[in-house]
Write a protein that binds this ligand. Sequence first.
Ligand SMILES: *Cc1c(COP(=O)(O)O)cnc(C)c1O
Length: 432
Amino acid sequence: MSDPTGPKYGFETLQIHAGARPDPATGSRQTPIYQSTAFVFRDAEHAAALFNLQEVGYIYSRLTNPTVAVLQERIATLEGGAGAVCCSSGHAAQIMALFPLMEPGRNVVVSTRLYGGTVTQFSQTIKRFGWSAKFVDFDDHAAIKDAIDDDTRAVFCEAVANPGGHISDLDAISAISDAAGIPLIVDNTTATPYLCRPIEHGATLVVHSTTKYLTGNGTVTGGCVVDSGKFDWAANDKFPSLSQPEPAYHGMKFAETFGPLAFTFHGIAIGLRDLGMTMNPQGAHYTLMGIETLSLRMERHVENAKKIAEWLETDPRVDYVTYAGLPSSPYYKLIDKICPRGAGALFTFAVKGGYEACVKLVDNLEIFSHVANLGDARSLIIHSASTTHRQLTAEQQKAAGAAPEVVRVSIGIEDADDLIADLDQALAKSTS
Ligand SMILES: *Cc1c(COP(=O)(O)O)cnc(C)c1O
């Protein structure tokens, strides 16, 4: 068999084959878990070439590992990127994406509609590095443009945004970041490359929490940064770590040396080397297993989410449903352009009876699990205002789509009728 990993193959073929080849040592068809910290150099010359980045190979698993490398190539291929770096979690991926771009005093312009943990990471924790985030309503394109200043080094949003499943108009947003000469970073966790391909809509970098749909069964945490390879880091003087001699790698100019792979090599040679947010090979194995069935799962996730959102919308105990796959959603018209295979399986709905009713609903469900997670094969529910978005002010909660009367669901791939029956009985108990 020739190499079934090239661009002429369809998504369903690539999700199984991209990046993987039969193991050269044993012929093993499944990608082995290379549970090894270090890799033996052929000789001193080989070792020196690896450390000089003149030859690509394996040195030490904080930097690169053959199992993790297969996952990197697979995700890069599915996203249509030039390269990818996996790391220990989605939050690690966000820091890894920003790290080469930022310096003390620089800022990133970000959407108000983000995963709750990301709001906290960006509004609080990155300040310790001297970085800051400016939160803007990303439906207001003029506001994004106005927020970008001389110190802005990136624009950041989610393709299908937490918690309400709102869709970002990536073409319009990337036109703004392009005009400012800065990269657009898109968190594609909730859509996955099966539903949305941000690079085709102008994204420079795509970040993932592989913890969610890519793994698909709630077993391991992981993250990934995919580089489109299309951004010219040397076009202006804003990105000296990539365009100028990098003091952390004996003066190497990454953009000049690696061209479209500059960001990826920087992520490994400096990001993983010095920040150490490494994915382990066992974790990569679980995620590779998950990706093999990504398209099948996403189709069912979307089908179930649509059925359930439609049912909820007509239920008198429910005030409103935010699913972008409903014709009543203001984001419905963006589906064909941004995520033609469906609007994902994450949305919120408002329960009549407010905060109290939401808490009771969550406590009375039998199939849905009450957890702070999404993208599992199982259906999950959370009352964001009392959990993930608890650290936020009332105003931030509302802007984020996590008001007190709202619950967020991540619809799984179980029998949709069973899920509807479960919601029906719990709504009866919570609103009576
Ligand atoms: C979960 C999640 C993250 C954070 O990922 P971890 O793997 O939990 O660190 C970031 N963005 C989105 C959209 C997420 O769902």
